[in-house]
Ligand binder design. Sequence first.
Ligand SMILES: [Zn+2]
Length: 224
Amino acid sequence: MITRFLLSPFNFTLSNFATHRICVEDMNVPQIYLSFDDGPSDGCTEDVLKILDRNNAKATFFCIANKAVLKPNMLLAIKRNGHSIGNHSLDHKYSSFYKNTASIKNWITNAEDLFHSILGHHTIGFRSPAGVVTPPLVNALTEMKMPLILWDLRFFDKCFSWKENSIKQSLKKVSPGSIVLLHDTHYGNRKKTFIKTLELFISHFQQRGYRFESIPYNLTKQHQ
Ligand SMILES: [Zn+2]
């Protein structure tokens, strides 16, 4: 199976620089790429891992490096379970976007080094906090030959409880290669509802022939 990365670093505008979907040549089995941002976090990450395993689904976790170093075993559990890991910055601070290209490169590299020290390899690429894309960020990632991976579907689960009724609405929005943005940072009743909806979402699309995959590590290589 060949995965093509949709990044165009030599001819971009801010709107098409990033990849929002994964293009896979084998379209016989449609795929969805779930992604969980802002972890790892106690309780929620483990619960998400359990649901994914129970439903034979793979996903991608865009972790914050400063959180990951405090919970290296959780990062290793994500890896051990066959999911991929992305760089969601060192600290999720929006102030970094006001800095110049060199400072942003440092910010991303410092995070990447922490991930490498735990995993023994690099992440799949970068996802900026809140998906913000600025010219210095584009320059930094281009110079680093690092993919910027965003999404084409989100449920605003950080602001509102993710509920079952959103699944039917998402039928029209999901297509093969879709990247779905979620968060593994929920607690209490919000987490209970989130986990229940996650399992329903997975089974709903599996029944329609979709397979849940992790975003591959070879995006950049394939592109080069
Ligand atoms: Zn985030």
